[in-house]
Ligand binder design. Structure first.
Ligand SMILES: Nc1ncnc2c1ncn2[C@@H]1O[C@H](COP(=O)(O)OP(=O)(O)OP(=O)(O)O)[C@@H](O)[C@H]1O
Ligand SMILES: [Mg+2]
Length: 235
């Protein structure tokens, strides 16, 4: 079985939000967003700039607490978990690729990817070896010892993907993972991401504005003004 058994009920989605509301100051970024992600599914979240995609991703990943609404992961309500349990869950079950990279600037690409393994208890030598394999899978070769400041945007993005996947998470949240890549590189990275996800049964929430990238998903939901637009609405 894949991750489906972690829900305890295969009919339930692995991750679901109901009526999420979140304001940043006076801006209502989310106005009742409800989405469902099934185990092993690749779901594309699309929508215009400012429609709330990143805010939705942050709420679903338990990084931002919504003002109202709920997020349920494998039968657990994230808003009811104490901060310590939530961090632990994020570390063991979730991998996140942020829209603007967010690698640790002081660490090399290799150490950035090795870090989540070391936090999970792996030794440095083993963690670095596995990190190297993941960097290779995402096309980072010969740049393992560079710090993020010396890497191109595309290389940093590939390293961020490797970092999100290295621990074998149940859900990967990827915010515009190909935003800094040309179309050929985007295709290579998406092929690697989709292949890895299918192979391991990892669910992926893929935020993208690129229709070619969204085409790698099983399903697409479109956000409009902070809520899911009805099917057929394209603007
Ligand atoms: N930290 C913040 N402070 C203030 N406003 C914010 C903040 N983050 C997001 N917003 C606002 O909330 C709304 C939704 O932003 P969000 O980043 O979720 O959109 P998005 O769909 O990811 O956009 P993009 O495609 O440009 O990345 C926008 O109007 C944005 O300006
Ligand atoms: Mg965004």
């Amino acid at each position: 079985m894949t991750n489906g058994d972690t829900t305890g009920n295969a009919a339930q989605p692995l991750l679901a939000s109901r009526g999420l509301v979140k304001a940043h100051g006076r801006t209502e970024a989310l106005r009742g967003a409800s989405v469902e992600l099934r185990a092993g599914e690749i779901l594309a979240v699309t929508g215009a700039s400012g429609s709330g995609k990143s805010t939705l991703l942050h709420c679903l990943a338990g990084i931002v607490r919504p003002d109202a609404g709920s997020v349920t992961y494998a039968g657990r309500r994230l808003e009811e978990l104490p901060e310590k349990r939530l961090s632990e869950l994020r570390r063991t079950d979730f991998g996140v690729v942020f829209q603007f990279g967010q690698l640790i600037p002081e660490l090399t690409a290799l150490d950035n990817v090795a870090l989540p393994l070391m936090l999970a208890g792996a030794g440095r030598v083993e963690a670095r070896a596995r990190a190297g394999e993941w960097l290779e899978r995402f096309g980072v070769r010969g740049q393992e010892e560079l710090r993020p400041g010396a890497m191109s945007g595309g290389q940093a993005q590939r390293a961020s993907l490797a970092r999100a996947l290295v621990t074998g998470p149940k859900v990967v949240f990827a915010d515009e993972p190909t935003g800094a890549l040309d179309s050929l590189s985007a295709e290579q990275v998406m092929t690697a991401l989709a292949h890895t996800a299918r192979e391991s049964g990892t669910a992926v929430l893929l935020v993208t504005h690129d229709a070619q990238v969204a085409a790698y998903a099983d399903r697409e939901v479109r956000l409009r003004d902070g809520a899911v637009a009805p099917l057929g609405v394209t603007a």
